[in-house]
Design a protein around this ligand. Structure first.
Ligand SMILES: [Fe+2]
Ligand SMILES: [Fe+2]
Length: 157
């Protein structure tokens, strides 16, 4: 699958989970816990394949986007730390939903920048064949993604 198509599919999967979280009742603690665990798995896997494969390839292909790459890594940094905190937080805690809300705002902003400002530049510079190869490598790398949010490279300073 084409690299950018694959990443956009992941974004859609996460957005659908966000919508489910927003619809969950205030006291639906078990449901919220399950949703956040699934969101964590999806986001950690996605951040991992972007950081290991897509970001370096995009940076090498379009060096003018280096600032985008670096800012994106810092945005991942914030997201994985929030995910690590949510792992330890009781869904009944008054900070839980607030933390998820801020996480969702961050991710939505990040996705919008990737899809609108940055990916089109990569798409224009990268041939179909190269993009397909990247997509295949990312699909395979999903199996190697860590479970722990802080095991993703961007978690470090
Ligand atoms: Fe990203
Ligand atoms: Fe992404």
């Amino acid at each position: 699958m084409d690299a950018i198509v694959l990443l956009k599919e992941d974004h859609k999967t996460v957005e659908a989970l966000f919508k489910r979280f927003e619809k969950a009742g205030e006291r639906a603690h078990a449901e919220k816990r399950k949703l956040v665990d699934t969101i964590t798995k999806e986001l950690v896997t996605h951040a991992y394949i972007e950081e290991e494969i897509f970001y370096p390839a995009a940076r090498a292909k379009v060096p003018e986007t280096t600032d985008h790459v670096l800012e994106s890594v810092e945005e991942h940094h914030v997201v994985v730390w929030m995910l690590a905190e949510l792992k330890e937080l009781d869904p009944a805690d008054e900070r839980f939903t607030a933390k998820v809300t801020v996480l969702m705002e961050n991710v939505r902003h990040h996705v919008q920048e990737e899809e609108q400002d940055w990916f089109p530049q990569v798409r224009a510079a990268m041939g179909r064949k190269e993009s397909q190869e990247l997509g295949e490598r990312m699909t395979a790398a999903k199996a190697d993604a860590p479970a722990e949010p802080l095991a993703v490279k961007s978690a470090g300073s």
